[in-house]
Design a binder for this molecule. Sequence first.
Ligand code: CA
Length: 253
Amino acid sequence: MHKYTVLIVEDEKNINEFISKTLVSNGYRTNWAASGKEAVSLATSLCPDVILLDLGLPDIDGMEVIRQVRDWSRCPILVISARTEEEDKVNALDAGADDYLTKPFGTSELLARIRTSLRHSAQNSSSPQQLYQAKGLEIDFLRRIVSLNGQPVHLTPIEYKIVAHLARNSGRVVTYTDVISSVWGPYAENDNKILRVNMANIRRKLEASPAQPAYIFTEVGIGYRMIDDESAVTAHIPEMYGAAHSIQEDGKF
Ligand code: CA
């Protein structure tokens, strides 16, 4: 059976060992880089399927690692950051990281993020996604139809573009800048206000309780995360253990 390789870039040996043990027991192969330079070199020689990248490294900055890897590779990069590094998260995502995990995070959160990354990188290399489904919400990308529990939802063209972009990236965070440039174009003014107004309208149409969204979540100061696609084919990606128990019960990294 093919095993996915995860490159763990982390200068703290204990954290690496803990993450590595979890991943190996869930069917992954792991490698460890303790510095930024080692990370770039191992990323080149190993071609891992996913890179878990701690931003605070002893030599070159984690951000520089992202830039160097992104020069030649589309390998998913999951950034691991401390809560004090909010600004860094946005920069890391805009520099080409796929998602982030904030320390401390649970085992099931880690495994879910890795699976989402693997799924997205598989989708990127195959045919474009045609359908999104989650909790009664359905998006038909070909016909541009959104329905909720079988009833059509009438979105404006802008609202549809926003929802479709988030759905195509479901399960991972999408920065405000990313949403804005995908909807209004790369030269659009980076104005979160218009985006927020549209999002309020979208939530009124999609969410039973807009204050407690079930489909599109706000990651404060960073962007939005749409609930993961249930129709996605993930049969070949290692099963996520811990789905049945809550994150609180997991070991925290
Ligand atoms: Ca560190």
